[in-house]
Design a protein around this ligand. Structure first.
Ligand SMILES: NC(=O)c1ccc[n+]([C@@H]2O[C@H](COP(=O)([O-])OP(=O)(O)OC[C@H]3O[C@@H](n4cnc5c(N)ncnc54)[C@H](OP(=O)(O)O)[C@@H]3O)[C@@H](O)[C@H]2O)c1
Length: 257
């Protein structure tokens, strides 16, 4: 049985993944943005191997999340699930970043850099990442007019590139990205065609399965099948430039090996 850390496990796909792994007998470390939100974990809380608290909009709190996870012990797998679809304005985090960049890209990067290296990393992307090419010129939306759909698409392309960059740097870690489909969650809305159980299946399988098909790295998945992501996400040059930019924005280097 594995121990798995899931970011954003208070709701939606993260919560569904946590329940599915707990029901299968695995140990799960849950995450909530605040003590108030942790109260909503309900029946999952007493079953958890730990609950860590921190708002991913804040780099300081994200670093604290890494410390809290490391204090629990080494994870077998981490599902970098938490994400936001941006609203009408760029917003500004405590470190003055665009909210969507902080939560969807910088937080997974910080947690990847600071949590004791697990055996498997899974990053939640989206099919919408295909509209997210060309972000390196203005990663933090300081030069362009705000476009929430494009900002979300860029963040989801960046997280695929992050997953693939980790796969190249850390060959002993299985690092993959997942498009869960359009799922009926708070983000996806009630009209989405995919149910929660289908939406969580690929990432939980990648986290714990011993099937050879799940023990691969640097792949982009959709509903248990590998797909080709946007060409920029798969481009090593883009990946390296992105990692350098994220290093500069966070002050944290991603170890080479
Ligand atoms: N649903 C879809 O159709 C769909 C499609 C493609 C990709 N995805 C991706 O799948 C992942 C999960 O989405 P979902 O549909 O399950 O979304 P959701 O229902 O809105 O849940 C998002 C989770 O992330 C947490 N979260 C958001 N911002 C946070 C912050 N600043 N600090 C800490 N936690 C934070 C939320 O906590 P709170 O409960 O406290 O807000 C919640 O637990 C996301 O990365 C999303 O981009 C979803």
């Amino acid at each position: 049985m594995a121990i798995v850390f899931i970011t954003g496990s208070t709701d939606g796909l993260g919560r569904a993944a946590a329940r599915s792994l707990l029901d299968a007998g695995h140990r799960v470390v849950l995450h909530a943005r605040s003590a108030d939100r942790a109260a909503s974990l309900g029946e999952l809380a007493p079953r958890a191997a730990g609950i860590v608290i921190g708002d991913l909009r804040s780099a300081e709190q994200t670093r604290s999340i890494a410390d809290q996870v490391n204090a629990i012990g080494r994870m077998d797998a981490i599902i970098q699930n938490a994400g936001v679809y941006p609203e009408g304005s760029r917003g500004s985090t405590p470190e003055v970043h665009a909210g969507v960049l902080a939560v969807n890209t910088l937080a997974p990067y910080i947690l990847t850099a600071l949590i004791d290296r697990p055996s498997r990393l899974i990053y939640l992307s989206s099919g919408l990442h295909r509209g997210g090419e060309g972000s390196l010129r203005d990663l933090d939306w300081t030069k362009r007019s705000w476009d929430p759909a494009k900002a979300y698409a860029e963040s989801k392309l960046q997280v695929v590139a992050l997953a693939f960059a980790v796969a190249r740097r850390w060959p002993q870690v299985f690092s993959n990205a997942v498009d869960p489909g359009w799922v009926r969650t708070r983000m996806g809305g009630p009209g989405a065609p995919v149910d929660l159980d289908t939406g969580q299946r690929t990432q939980t399988w990648l986290a714990v399965s011993d099937e050879p098909a799940a023990k691969v790295s640097g792949r982009y998945w959709h509903h248990m099948r590998q797909e080709q992501p946007a060409s920029e996400a798969a481009d090593p040059e883009f990946q390296d430039q992105l990692i350098a930019s994220l290093g500069a924005l966070t002050g944290l280097a991603l170890p080479e090996a």
